[in-house]
Design a protein around this ligand. Structure first.
Ligand SMILES: O=C(O)CCC(=O)C(=O)O
Ligand SMILES: [Fe+2]
Length: 231
């Protein structure tokens, strides 16, 4: 069922590997018609319930700031943060969900680089993470609800900066001025590829939004730094 998603992801990863500075974002509408096959409502509930027991736990982001782990030891606190507008990020879905594991395996076999899946659950009319760029490229699939993405060209110009977490360098004055490169609202089943280094943030529209991001860790990325810095 995910053949078209895998094909599109492999093609875009190859574009980045060939020339990271000329790779561009791309939206494909309706690429994954059965988007809940990636992450069903049941699977989501199970993962949220098991929060506190997973080896790799949720991240909570409230008002674009990451909340310290000790403030959400289990499901009840996660839900309380959700009612305040917080986004819940569930990392490393490939560890728990066979569909994502299989998808990542196929991507790794084809591209020779590690990949993984994260889920982002955002309440209506809220933004999740603050504007940033990721170490790897990201294939976003909207599972349910709708989310508006705002993308800008990379502000960094060297491979070294691309391989450094964005939080280390941050943004300089004026770098976020001017019109964004792309503003797009994803509906369930739509896919958006964000090449590494591209600056982005996203906010849910009038419905709760769930998306899965499949990350691709291109060569040169320090794997050690990823589990903690990859939003
Ligand atoms: O939904 C968000 O807040 C941001 C998600 C994101 O940055 C990503 O999937 O790479
Ligand atoms: Fe991101």
């Amino acid at each position: 069922v995910l053949e078209t998603l895998i094909g599109f992801t492999i093609r875009k990863i190859a574009e980045v590997d060939q020339d990271v500075w000329s790779a561009e974002p791309e939206v494909v509408r309706g690429l994954v018609p059965d988007s809940r096959a990636l992450l069903s409502a049941n699977d989501l509930e199970t993962l949220l319930d098991r929060h506190g027991q997973n080896p790799i736990d949720a991240t909570v982001v409230l008002n674009q700031a990451v909340v310290p782990d000790e403030r959400f030891p289990d499901r009840a606190e996660l839900d309380a943060f959700r009612t305040q507008g917080a986004t819940i990020m569930l990392p490393a879905l490939q560890r728990y969900l066979p569909v994502i594991r299989d998808l990542c395996k196929q991507l790794m076999a084809a591209t020779q680089i590690p990949s993984f899946g994260n889920a982002y659950l955002t309440p209506p009319r809220n933004q999740g993470f603050d504007i940033h760029w990721d170490l790897g490229s990201v294939m976003v699939v909207q599972v349910w609800g709708t989310k508006t993405w705002v993308l800008r060209r990379p502000v960094v110009t060297t491979t070294e900066e691309l391989n450094t977490p964005w939080s280390v360098r941050g943004f300089k004055d004026g770098e976020l001025d001017g019109e964004p490169y792309l503003t797009v609202t994803l509906n369930p089943g739509d896919a958006l590829f964000v090449p590494r280094g591209w600056v982005h943030f996203a906010h849910a529209t009038d419905q709760e939004s769930l998306h899965v991001s499949i990350g691709a860790l291109h060569q040169g990325i320090d794997l050690e730094s990823c589990s903690t810095v990859y939003p």
